[in-house]
Design a binder for this molecule. Sequence first.
Ligand code: PGA
Length: 261
Amino acid sequence: MRKPIIAGNWKLNKLTAEAKSLVNELMVGLKDIDKAVLPEVVVAPVFTSLQTVSDALSECGCGKVKLSAQNCYWESTGAFTGEVSVEMIKDLKAEYIIIGHSERRQYFSETDEMINKKAKAILAGGLIPIICCGETLEQREEGVTDSHIASQIKAALEGLSSEDVAKSAIAYEPIWAIGTGKTCDSVEANRVIAMIRSVVAEVSGKEAADAIRILYGGSVKPSTIEEQMSQSDIDGALVGGASLKAEDFIGIVTGAIKARV
Ligand code: PGA
């Protein structure tokens, strides 16, 4: 059984004090939920709040919320002004790193090759990459969704061992559904995610494909999560906007639990 992941991508939001109150509210909201039924709950604040959020999580000591960064660089040290390495993120007790988000591909010109280098560095450092993929509306209308995503996945996983792929996570995020309020139909999202799983099986073997967690992202809300999590291949959610309000994010976590009991 794959343990679901509900990850909150806070993007470029929240000053340090705000990040601290959000994570504290979140932990209060999760207090009465038995850890055994809880998915992996992950939050990804901006780099400047990682330390504060990490401290808040250690103070609580409940181990119910895990920390993620939103990006990283693949070199560990050196003359790379403005970059942050996997080792530095690990030093703050983060366990996940989101890579290849469509916003990074679109606004910061990240290529499949860069995402592959990041995935390798993250796994070498013992962290878990959440590798994002997804099609634009134009690609969907042209009928190239599957081939585009398959090529993103093959490029991201290039040269990774099956064991490393098994530990990783992928987030399928149709770009037209991100921040738009429009979610992808659950059956269609499940179809694409099952297709991604078959691509993983082709490149890394069946065992890795059975183990890798593949999430859906794109306007996930408390009202959509149960149907999404009831699908055969959707192993969780990468949540943007709705992760910025503790009440909504907790609603998504509890909805995911309900869908699986
Ligand atoms: P959204 O963002 O939930 O606001 O659509 C999802 C994401 O970009 O990860």
